[in-house]
Design a protein around this ligand. Structure first.
Ligand code: FES
Length: 143
């Protein structure tokens, strides 16, 4: 059911934990399953130099957090913002259709952490384009 990459990132997640004195923190929950994801970013010159996460959730959510933090490290804020849940799922060699929403949690949590950083540094937060059918900002609505 799950790819080897999902199992690898679930059993051996990268970037678990917190960052002391983070530049931005984002937390997002999925009301339907109750899972919660928290991400910490360290930003220097608008580049994400470190990212860590704490996820209280399913295996797909943990694997998505692990992969997403790997993918945004070293990226600009704009590049990290445009990382879609679909790209995270593809990097994991796919997620079962009923688990795609778990990767949406990662995308939304990154957006919250980036906006937390922007607001803390006196800038305007960026907006999300919400999906008209599910209300999330995903580009692969599975609902
Ligand atoms: Fe809740 Fe996966 S089932 S995030």
């Amino acid at each position: 059911m799950y790819s080897e990459k999902v199992m690898d990132h679930f059993t051996n997640p990268r970037n678990v934990g917190m960052i002391e004195d983070p530049s931005g923190v984002g937390e997002e929950g999925n009301p339907s399953c109750g899972d919660i994801m928290k991400m910490y970013l360290k930003v220097e010159n608008d580049i994400i130099v470190d990212a860590k996460f704490q996820t209280f959730g399913c295996g797909a959510a943990i694997a998505s957090s692990s992969m997403a933090t790997e993918m945004i490290k070293g990226k600009t804020l704009e590049e990290a913002w445009t990382l879609s849940n679909k790209a995270v799922a593809e990097a994991l060699d796919g997620l079962p259709p009923n688990k795609m929403h778990c990767s949406v949690l990662a995308e939304e949590t990154i957006h919250k952490a980036i906006n937390d950083y922007l607001v803390k540094s006196g800038r305007e937060p960026w907006g999300d384009e919400e999906c008209s059918s599910c209300g999330h900002d995903c580009d692969t609505c599975e609902l």
